[in-house]
Design a protein. Sequence first.
Length: 694
Amino acid sequence: MIVRHPTDAPPIVQHWGADLGPLSPEDLIALRDADDRQTPPGTLDAAWRPGVLPTEPDGWPGRPGLLLVRNGIPLIPRWHLGTVSGTDQELETTLQDNESGLRLTTRLWLEPGGLLGLQHVLSTEGEPVEVQWLEAVLPVPTRADSVTTFSGRWTREKAPQTTQLSRGSLARQTRRGRPGHDQPWLLALSDGEARARSGEVWAVHLAWPADVTYRTDRLPENPTLLGAGELLRPGEIVLEPGSSYTSPKAWFAWSPDGFDGVTHKFHTYLRSRPQHPQAPRPLVLNTWEAVYFDHNPAKVLQLAERAAEIGVERFVLDDGWFLARRNDTRGLGDWEVDRTVWPEGLEPLAERVRELGMQFGLWFEPEMVSLDSDLARAHPEWLLHDPAQVPSPAGLSWRTQYLLDLADPDAYGYLLERMSGLVAQLGLAFIKWDHNRDLVDARHRGRPGVHAQTQAALALMAELKARHPGLEIESCSSGGARCDLGAIEVADRVWASDSNDAVERQDIQRWTELLLPPELIGAHVGPPTAHSSGRTVDLSYRLATSLTGSAGFEWDVLQCDEEEVQRLQRFAGLYRELRGLLHSGTVVHTDVRDPALRVRGVVATDRRAGVWTIATVATLEDARPEPVRLHGLDPDRSYQVRVREEIGKARWGWITPRWLSEPEVVLSGLMLDTLGLQIPALWPQQALVVHVTS
């Protein structure tokens, strides 16, 4: 990265991306001269190289990076450089505007793997100032002519869409109070249409689990800009003298090797964090699709015993355990065990789960409240809404639930003490933290409240974990509506989707792991017929799909016959055998021509082994399918190739390639990368788990 430091403007990033090697001061001057637009004195006054915070007085005609208002009038700072400090991995600059009393600190830093972070801190010692937005932007070469972003819906999250980059200043925003199922997730520009393994990509992701703006500026006089920032509502952030606003971290990644190169940077960084889960990811059973709200203690206990028989290591009791919670219209906020359902409380279940060798976990939805609850009746002032809109005939209520104002110290304290007490009382190892609705017209003390609510929710998670070392939290938001890098700073896992349809999960898992490594992504085996789609899928396919993440079950396994139980036991053994590789290696994806084919693998860091899932989501186009290349192995090493059939055998027609029937097929890494394996004509919704070892 090459950065200029004007004396009267924020830093200018001249280059980020490909390593230019060691550069002397003379090299930098020559590079500046080679890149300048004109020789002084020139007559052009449009900004040639916008800084990391471009505004209109800089000659920037696009979307401003900063918009402030004071006394109802836009406030344009006149910056003067204060200090510059840093190392090879980090740079921090401060700028002052003495007349307005503003101070801006901008930090740029590199994380392991080459991920680039950018964050601003704006403070004031002058009159109050409203922050309407403060965004992070970096320049991208104009050869980047394609843009990839994401959309989706409930049970179909992280759906990519790639188009030509349009000219002008464009913004993609979410206004749900959470990122949402249709969140942009990541915004990537590429030189031509990027693929999994090829193409130059520049990408940005905002680590903020609430409202966001992703932006591009493709203008005729300037380099293209790529950036992101928190979406703030009018009046939401007003800085009083002595206060500051810190923008969310914006993560930028450059890759010469397509999306897999971007993935590698994010995974390397996330795995380098001190809070990244180090213990093997336990095999989970969550009770939701097994019992829903029908909490029969005897059946739940039988379910726990069957789970232990299979090899489950973490048993999680989902929604329905607390006061009056027989459906989703009552009880939220009353975090007290319902003794009419659990007459002895949850202690006997928790103790039995641990006797069986499993951890015990519990579901909460702390940020929500039902109007039909003791809490809402006792504290209507704790609702994060305009009282005139409660109850709402206009759709403010979502699933008959409302928001609890966590920015209210009393509401926050209530939740902290109630949840912390249950963690200690029941010896909880895990919390599934759900968040099942958008924050519609959120009001904290009469003002927009999304920012304060989000900060308080993250703080509550962090404080619970600090009080209870070893406690893990899963971020679920009616599936994958809140699983960004901001949430994962305090959570240990995300629930990628409420869909356990393994066909839908193939793509949901693939694009969630664009940023998050598989050990952070919950991937459960659901019932034969998915409740979210009505589709019936073979057990072997459901097991193979679960193997691509942090595996588990969400299924009434008491309904399984003996053969199915044995197969689940074999799967549990396979998961325990392979998870060390699957949850530490390099994730690779193969570019294929057939739209019905999915090829995804993980290669060990020493490249001595790899595991691939080769799956179909529909009928293959050709009777002789295309050979599948296995990337990332050592080209000079020889590998034994075999199919792991502990999950059951896939089904196919017409041809059976010899490598599927030979006990020991040995190929070089170069042959597997260049030529690949001829796969059979897999039927729809079938999968092979291919294990290669040195």
